[in-house]
Write a protein that binds this ligand. Structure first.
Ligand code: F6R
Length: 615
């Protein structure tokens, strides 16, 4: 939520910052703004709406060409998406400009204090108070922006990444972070700050992770990091493994289409190096094997699509390990006094690694003594940093707001953890584990075969685009797949969509069925658990008898469903537990195309942001 960029160096700061914002726009697109330090002081442009509005504004009224600037793309929390509430916010005397990601919880009290001092606040945001506070503190610390930032941060509660520049300091950008993301890009004679590395990847692949409660000052030639009290902080440097091209649309109309197409590679990359001669090697998980041996319960915490990946993993983990596994919405977890202790393995699944609900859940789990393992797609993010161990999903950057390739790789990574537990707990023989690994290894090829049906699925989507409501049904691991299909449709096509466990239908939801209502059914493999297959064939008939239009996703050769399918989408055969890696793909395409047919902005759906960094 909210993207931030800071730059100091020889290039045009406006160009670098705006290009960085373009790559961060997935984080929020309610407004955008930039500020630069010029010979005459600060110069700012900001505009409500998508970045293009700001770009037009700058084209009409260019900013001075300087080498220091900050920029922001907003997902509104405090105050509507207006020009005035757009960041940067400037102090009352015009000397300090600030951008912010997060929520300052005690802003009302600070606002009242500032008002009492006669300072007139112009916006409704929580952020603006920081600009005024910095202006007040700076003269008391001889203009030392880093020290002023530390002092101000000690007064703030909540979540924040703050970045500030000052009118008379043309070589210094200072930032601070608590509970919100911030990385430093280290260049030669130039340095960068950003919410994530994609903002500066075209300039440098050397990055620095910042820890909790740290302040950083960048100049052209230096990076200094301290904690909020001024003590020098240890930081971790890392190299970004992908390049700028990975964060481009690469010939696709939409990032989402590109990311759907990248799924075979993303799954292959997530498996890469984790199997050797058919056996599982997860040495990279920092949690020692003895601690895995002690695990008596697994709890998965995650949100949204990642939660659906967790739901799927539960079936596999319990089946392979016989260890009880619970899946919990991260936003609910800590508020219900969950039973976790030192024998619990809590798995936090997150693409961004910055989802606040998941961060708070993992902190709660750690407080209860549990071991926390992150499954994450973003190096250096808060969730892997705060977890005891991490297994990265190597999906590459996911830019479209709706998660696709991250989902498939989360399922794969969680399966690897399940198999690893089975290996350590000896609940499966080595050859059984190898058999699953071999099947997993073949999934990229099969996902490719699903992608071959893209045109057919797009046509189905166009035919359905006038529907007002779509139901999704599944059983076993097909149930979370149905939930995921419904979520995708809601977030992209802005329409009523619901996923149900097919067996639940007759306990109430079947009353929703009306003549012609599309019902998408995920059919389990025929050769897996036959009983599941039989039951769902009955469920298809039940909804069809009540007028539903059935869109059936079934494996090749499953003729039992043909008679009851108004539309049939074929996927390759796969074992029951692996079928979600195939069955989800047409649902992604369906949602993407239905949204496109309705004229929606698929990559940036309304009201959403990619990283939900507030609770
Ligand atoms: C839906 C979607 C969201 C995210 C959720 C968690 O398409 O993308 O539901 O899955 O906000 O995000 P991460 O995985 O970054 O924690």
């Amino acid at each position: 939520m909210c993207g931030i960029v800071g730059y100091v160096g020889p290039k045009s700061a406006v160009d670098v910052v705006v290009a960085g914002l373009k790559r961060l726009e997935y984080r929020g697109y309610d407004s955008a703004g930039v500020a630069v330090v010029t010979a005459d002081g600060l110069s700012t442009r900001k505009k409500a709406g998508k970045l293009v509005n700001l770009q037009e504004m700058i084209a009409a009224d260019p900013l001075a060409d300087t080498g220091i600037g900050i920029g922001h793309t907003r997902w509104a929390t405090h105050g509507g998406p207006t020009d005035t509430n757009a960041h940067p916010h400037v102090s009352s005397d015009g000397s300090v400009a600030v951008i912010h990601n997060g929520i300052i919880e005690n802003f009302a009290e600070i606002r009242a204090e500032l008002t009492a001092l006669g300072i007139e606040l112009r916006s409704e945001t929580d952020t603006e108070v920081v600009a005024h506070l910095l202006q007040i503190v700076l003269p008391t610390v001889d203009g030392d922006l880093m020290e002023a930032m530390r002092r101000v941060c000690r007064r703030l509660s909540g979540a924040f990444t703050l970045v500030a520049i000052v009118a008379d300091q043309p070589d210094v950008v200072v930032a601070a972070r608590r509970n919100s993301p911030l990385v430093v890009g280290r260049g030669v004679g130039e340095n960068f700050l950003a919410s994530d590395v994609s903002a500066f990847i075209e300039h440098t692949r050397h990055a620095i992770e910042l820890g909790q409660d740290q302040v950083v000052r960048i100049t052209r030639d230096g990076v200094t990091v301290t904690d909020f009290d001024g003590a020098t902080a240890d930081v971790t440097e890392f190299e970004v493994t992908w390049d700028a091209a990975a964060a481009e649309r690469g010939g696709y109309d939409l990032f989402m289409l590109k990311e759907i197409a990248e799924q075979p590679k993303a799954v292959a990359d997530t498996l890469l190096g984790r199997m050797s001669s058919g056996a599982l090697t997860l040495d990279e998980i920092r949690i020692p094997e003895e601690q895995f041996r002690d695990v008596a319960k697994v709890v998965i915490v995650a949100c949204g699509t990642a939660y659906h990946a967790g739901m799927i993993a539960k079936y596999a983990i319990e089946h392979w390990t016989r260890i009880p596994c619970e899946v919990e919405l991260a936003s609910e977890f800590r508020y219900r006094d969950p039973i976790v202790n030192s024998k619990s393995l809590v798995i936090a699944i997150s693409q961004s690694g910055e989802t606040m609900d998941t961060i708070m859940a993992l902190r709660h789990a750690k407080e209860q003594g549990a071991k926390v393992l992150a499954i994450c797609n973003t190096r250096g993010a808060t969730i892997p940093r705060e977890s005891d161990g991490v297994l990265y999903t190597n999906a590459g950057p996911e830019i479209a707001v709706a998660s696709t390739k991250a989902f498939l790789t989360q399922v794969v990574a969680a399966y690897l953890v399940g198999l690893y537990l089975a290996q350590i707990h000896k609940t499966k023989f080595a050859d059984e584990i190898n058999a699953v690994l071999t099947q997993l290894d073949d999934m990229p090829r099969r996902i490719d075969l699903v992608l071959d049906t893209t045109e057919h699925v797009r046509q189905v989507a166009r035919d359905l685009s006038n529907a007002t409501s779509v139901l999704f049904l599944g059983r076993h691991v097909g149930y979370p797949v149905a939930l995921e299909g419904a979520l995708k449709l809601k977030e992209l096509a802005y329409m009523h969509a619901e996923g149900f466990a097919a067996g639940e239908l007759k306990h109430g939801p079947i009353a929703l069925i009306e003549e012609g209502m599309p019902v998408v059914v995920v059919v389990p493999p025929k050769t897996g658990r036959d009983v599941l297959h039989e039951k769902i064939v009955s469920n298809i008939q039940e909804v069809r008898a009540r007028g539903a239009k059935t869109i059936v996703i079934a494996e090749e050769g499953d003729e039992a469903v043909s008679a009851y399918a108004d539309v049939l989408i074929r996927i390759p055969e796969a074992p029951t537990l692996l079928q979600p890696l195939l069955a989800t793909v047409p649902l992604q395409i369906l949602a993407c195309e239905m949204a496109t047919a309705k004229g929606h902005d698929v990559d940036m759906p309304r009201n959403l942001a990619k990283s939900v960094t507030v609770e």
